[in-house]
Design a protein around this ligand. Sequence first.
Ligand code: G3P
Ligand code: CA
Length: 260
Amino acid sequence: MTAARVSRSGKPAVVAHRGASGQAPEHTLAAYELALSQGADGLECDIRLTADGELVCIHDRTIDRTSDGTGPVSEMSLAQLREHDFGSWHGGKPASVLTLDELLTLTLDWRRPVRLFIETKHPVRFGSLVEVKLLEMLRRFGVATPPSADHSRAVVISFSSSGVWRIRRHAPMLPTILLGDTARVLGGSAATAVGATGIGPSVQTLRLHPELVDKAAAAGRVTYCWTVDEQRDVAMCAEIGVRWIATNHPADVRDWLVTV
Ligand code: G3P
Ligand code: CA
């Protein structure tokens, strides 16, 4: 595994949100491979636990929207999920559910250093098991103790401050982003309390409060902004010093960044 720096300096780096999900079905191998071939600096995924304790890349609580099946992810085994097609709903080819193991393999084997932003979703029934399983996997892949945040191949992101806190406690070298638009997150007190290395406001909030990026930087934190699909917002993010832009359209955002 290379320890090369992962982000480009100067301009925001581009994170493919659920893969190149504007063009391909979200959270599928095809969406991530497309994003990588388009030059994305990072990939974003949401993770959930299956009934038999496997981590899969699915955003919603159920598989209804993004597959030909129905039902909560947490009540299905990985084998049951594999019976469904997660590609055709978006006009793509049939696709299997993607596991975090498979996405980490793709990310770490790619021909240039790419960072994976892993968002933990928190069904109450699993308590802290998501973080436990995630850290087990990151350790197995050798990415749980990076030499520095800048060289880390994995970043854990979450709307859950307790989720971020659990990651920081057990893997203090891993960078973490506390997502959200609440006053506590944006003001920095929540990030301080849990030791997050960055904040993750929505683009709608940054339009109203661009000064948040400087405030975060003064406290030693980077800003990760989601979900940025419009050219004017990309220009704004570049101007105010956003470090990571999460977008459904990584190819467009890379083109737009050339001119800012
Ligand atoms: O990258 C953060 C963003 O993905 C958070 O919102 O609902 O798309 O997971 P959501
Ligand atoms: Ca997400």
